[in-house]
Ligand binder design. Sequence first.
Ligand code: GLA
Length: 348
Amino acid sequence: MRISQEYFDELKGQKITAYTLINNNGMEVTSLDFGCIITKLVVPDRDGVLENVVLGFDTIDEYVTRSPYFGAIVGRFAGRIKNAEFTLNNEIYQLVQNDNSNHLHGGLKGFDKVMWETNVVENEDSASLVFSYLSMDGEEGYPGNLLMKVTYTLNNDNELIISYNGKSDQDTLLNMTNHTYFNLSGHVKRNIFNHQLILKSNTFLELDEKYIPTGKILEVNGTPFDFQIGRKIVDGVNSNHPQNILVGNGYDHPFLLNENNNNEILVMDSESGRKLTIETDQPAVVLYTSNQLPDSFSIRGIQSEKYLGLCLETQGLPDSIHHPHFPSSILKKEEVYCSVTKYKFSVY
Ligand code: GLA
């Protein structure tokens, strides 16, 4: 295992560092101390060719001005909270509105836009980046001083393991994810239409026109939302299902996972032979097929457009605080939030 670090850029006089973990097979993960942003993930194809499989930029200005959360850690709350407000212990909390009148991905300055203190840890068969951040009481409207730790570990089995650890001095809400846009073709050679996805999920959440869960849990059976035996992403692009059309022809939906830590999410690209297996302890995964990716910029020299990346955001359910039948995302005072998601890369 090797770890390297280099100057990435500067933001308002603050130096931003890029850390790279490299395993014995040549797999590499590069992350910034700003937003814990994964800028590059280099993995082999079936011929052993090492290429980057995530969307990212080379300057901090691009991340700050136009990034739709490329590679970033999202918190305190992944997804939307309706009307940017919630009641907890009889107190009303007003959050920052950054998605019409709603709250999205932790607000205007969420965990994707703050500096994280970074430590590197090297072991024989793995290496880790340990990021820490103290989110103050009232930040973006949330209660409680929250101490967060996010750890990225790369091992010699070509696994990237993301673990989240949080503790607050007051009851609060917490729902963490990583917002990487995968494109297994390598260096974004093709869009994600032919990525094959298998999901162990038989239900998903219905969304309203503002992408807020209506509260209805729908069955996937007989719809383009049924990924149980596998289907290509393009099915949801061409679909007439009102939920696919609503989100801009594709997917932007939370799927409830039937199983955890048992190969529940699988993505395959037949041309490169790359396969990504995701295992998590979280109740859901948001499948977002970058239907809203604007065509007004370039991504490392490639013209940006819809469907260039596939997000698989393992998390709790969006807006759960307004739906008592959803799994709760309340973190009790002094209790420990602990969650792990594992991304394993292989070929077939
Ligand atoms: C999430 C949301 C999408 C969009 C992207 C970022 O996946 O559900 O609607 O906001 O993040 O652009």
